[in-house]
Design a protein around this ligand. Structure first.
Ligand SMILES: *[C@@H]1O[C@H](CO)[C@@H](O)[C@H](O)[C@H]1NC(C)=O
Ligand SMILES: *[C@@H]1O[C@H](CO)[C@@H](O)[C@H](O)[C@H]1NC(C)=O
Ligand SMILES: *[C@@H]1O[C@H](CO)[C@@H](O)[C@H](O)[C@H]1NC(C)=O
Length: 441
């Protein structure tokens, strides 16, 4: 009996398990079902349930994922995925490609089950093997799909196993093409952002000339392109000295400073700030040039503009990190120690902080209602104390704020003790307040 609908199934004669504990994998195979030629596509949905497809039980997908059992088939166009945690296949309605796993709903997937790109690639490779197995089988069985269709699927699967290198090459070409729409640019950047978290990928991006394209994106007149470009840059720079150096060589410092001063709206500048902080981290050369080009002034304007506090907190944390890096030099007595000391000696951060009025700006962050923001402010205030003490003492309300915060946190600690809870976090904050208070006496 010929089916009057198309069955597409990645279903397995044997259940496919990824058993991470024992490292065992059972054999898998793909069954594909012939598409009958000459019959209207509009019949597809009509009589699915009545079809006699031998052992095949047809599952009707819904908007929700359902688990596929061995021996079950799904209509063409369904979206089938592998749940990497359970090793089971799941199906739902939808035209989306299998590519889905790698990108669009990545964030959602990641919160459900976090797996590395490597795991994903292994899984993809397995799918390919399964498909190959099915192909061989196809030559001896009677129920097959036309080879053309099978090839299309294979092509799609090949796309899935393309290496990160190939993916980035393709993405950069898209980014470099004048034909690419803004919408596409944004999604290309989002894909890149995901990839450059891997140190090697970020360095490959540089060697492919991608950094220039990303920096160009920071100049874009579309704020989504700007924001996502900054995000890619920040992620690529994070803990990646090779990229940090290349970025400075490519003029990233000036481009970022300009974007930091001019980008709109604020959430774009927040991402630019992230990129700037990643560029400066443990990189005295960049810090020196940041300061000499008026970076602290740009930051203070940004600080004043942000009412909400998150950007202020990020700025203060960035300053704190820079101060502590310089102070913490003694901790690394390796062969590069002297050179590091020499380079950091050129970063005249403390004086600049005083000159640009940071001794009076940072206390404003204490007005926040967030414990976390206050904590960051207190740490920075303590770190800045060596140059700011005079300013702190003559500050009209700093002492008052500290005393009132101290009361507040002591009350919080008290009420937690009554409830039998213990929160060392509030204790920590009180200690910071007291340390600062002692210095100001
Ligand atoms: C842009 O698209 C047109 C037509 O789709 C094509 O002929 C042209 O080669 C494309 N240009 C680039 C730079 O990709
Ligand atoms: C972008 O395109 C130009 C020519 O149109 C080329 O010279 C450059 O190498 C390309 N950049 C990248 C990163 O592909
Ligand atoms: C960004 O634009 C400025 C001028 O508006 C220009 O000097 C700079 O070279 C541009 N940067 C990139 C990476 O295109």
């Amino acid at each position: 009996m010929r089916p009057n609908f198309t069955l597409f199934t990645l279903l397995l004669l044997h259940c496919w398990h990824i058993d991470r504990i024992h490292g065992q994998k059972s054999e898998g195979a793909l069954t594909v079902v012939e598409k009958s030629k000459g019959e209207g596509a509009d019949e597809e949905e009509a009589t699915v349930g009545d079809e006699d497809e031998g052992d095949l039980e047809v599952v009707q997908p819904t908007e929700l994922w359902q688990t596929l059992k061995p021996g079950q088939a799904v209509p063409a166009g369904s979206h089938v995925r592998l749940n990497l945690q359970t090793g089971e296949r799941e199906v739902r309605l939808g035209e989306e490609q299998l590519k889905y796993w790698r990108q669009e709903h990545r964030e959602e997937e990641e919160t459900l089950s976090s797996f590395s790109p490597e795991e994903l690639k292994r899984a993809m490779k397995k799918i390919k093997e399964d498909s190959n197995a099915a192909h061989n089988q196809a030559s001896v069985e009677s129920r097959f799909r036309p080879l053309e269709e099978l090839k299309e699927d294979m092509a799609q699967l090949h796309l899935l196993v393309e290496t990160d290198f190939q993916i980035m090459k393709r993405l950069l070409e898209q980014l470099n093409s004048s034909n690419t729409t803004t919408e596409q640019r944004v999604s290309v950047l989002q894909e890149l952002e995901y990839l450059v978290h891997q140190v090697d990928n970020a360095q490959t991006l540089c060697s492919m000339g991608g950094l220039q394209l990303i920096l160009g994106g920071l100049n874009s007149s579309d704020f989504r392109v700007q924001e996502n470009s900054a995000f890619v840059l920040g992620s690529a720079l994070s803990s990646n000295p090779v990229v940090q150096v290349k970025a400075v060589e490519d003029g990233a410092l000036q481009t970022l400073l300009t974007a930091l001063a001019t980008a709109q709206p604020l959430h774009v500048r927040k991402k630019v700030l992230f990129a700037m902080a990643s560029l400066l981290r443990h990189f005295p050369f960049a810090q020196h040039h940041f300061l000499s080009r008026g970076g602290l002034q740009v930051l203070s304007e940004l600080f004043r503009e942000d009412g909400g506090g998150i950007v202020r907190t990020r700025i203060v944390t960035m300053l704190y990190d820079m101060i502590s890096e310089k102070k913490g030099l003694e901790a690394f007595m390796d062969s590069a120690h002297e050179e590091r000391v020499r380079q950091y000696s050129k970063v005249s951060l403390q004086g600049a902080l005083l000159d640009e009025g940071w001794c009076l700006l940072v206390p404003q962050l204490l007005d926040s209602t967030e414990h976390d923001y206050r904590e960051k402010a207190l740490r920075a205030l303590l770190a800045m104390a060596p140059v700011c003490l005079q300013e702190y003492r003559s500050h009209s309300s700093l002492l008052g704020s500290l005393l009132s915060l101290q009361d507040q946190y002591q009350d919080l600690i008290q009420s937690e003790m009554i409830l039998g809870e213990e929160n060392s976090y509030f204790l920590e904050i009180v200690e910071l307040i007291e340390a600062l208070h002692v210095k100001m006496k």
